[in-house]
Design a protein around this ligand. Sequence first.
Ligand code: GLP
Length: 255
Amino acid sequence: MTRTDLSNVQVAKDYTGLCGLVADRIAALVQTKPNAVLGLATGSTPLGVYSALVRRHREEGLDFSRVTCFNLDEYYPMSPKSLHSYRQFMAMNLFDYINCPNWFVPDGLRRSASEIEQDCLEYEARIADAGGIDLQLLGIGRTGHVGFNEPGSSPDSRTRLVTLAEVTRQDAAPSFGGIDNVPRQAVSMGIGTIMDAREIVMMATGAGKAAIVRAAWTEDPTDHIPATWVRRHPNVHLRLDEGAASLLLEASLTN
Ligand code: GLP
């Protein structure tokens, strides 16, 4: 049997170390390419990366003035003013504190299917006009979703309206004050959009992600676990803390 390829995996001792690794990579990119295009993610996982970048902006003058950022997804329907929106999440955790004027989040406002479709095409075109994404940051959901590409998402999917899995809605329920308040849909970049990035950094923290991380990095690529497609990217890096890495390391020793 072949051993699991872990050459693109790095494990930090804890969450702080993990976020330091990822923030260092983003900072190095922004320093060497001041007009870099970043693809950014929401969820609790990247929060420490964003605070590290804010600190580096304040203390070291890390300059985002020519950087362009595109977020992966937004709930639908969702007002951009809602505190539950990913737009507000990104403002409150990053963009209110750094000097990056060009940042975009898919629009979650309620509108017709054809308007959504048109806006999704424009989101893709805007990414292309910016020169394509240099580095895409990803978390991973318990279903193996990336962005909101739930099981069933094909590797050539593009930005579109998607339906959220029940597990994903349950995971979001506490922050919405109950599952009934969690939207059933979202607008998300597709797997194809993500795979077009020149570099992908996927991160995961804690033992709760250990099983899906192992599946993502050991199972054959399948629509059932969208993150398995990401592993096929020629320049992908998986960054974990010890909790999230525990089952993957075990798997690599036993096969
Ligand atoms: C949401 C986001 C994903 C994120 C996932 C995991 O579903 N759309 O981009 O990766 O949550 O969230 P967390 O980092 O809180 O575990």
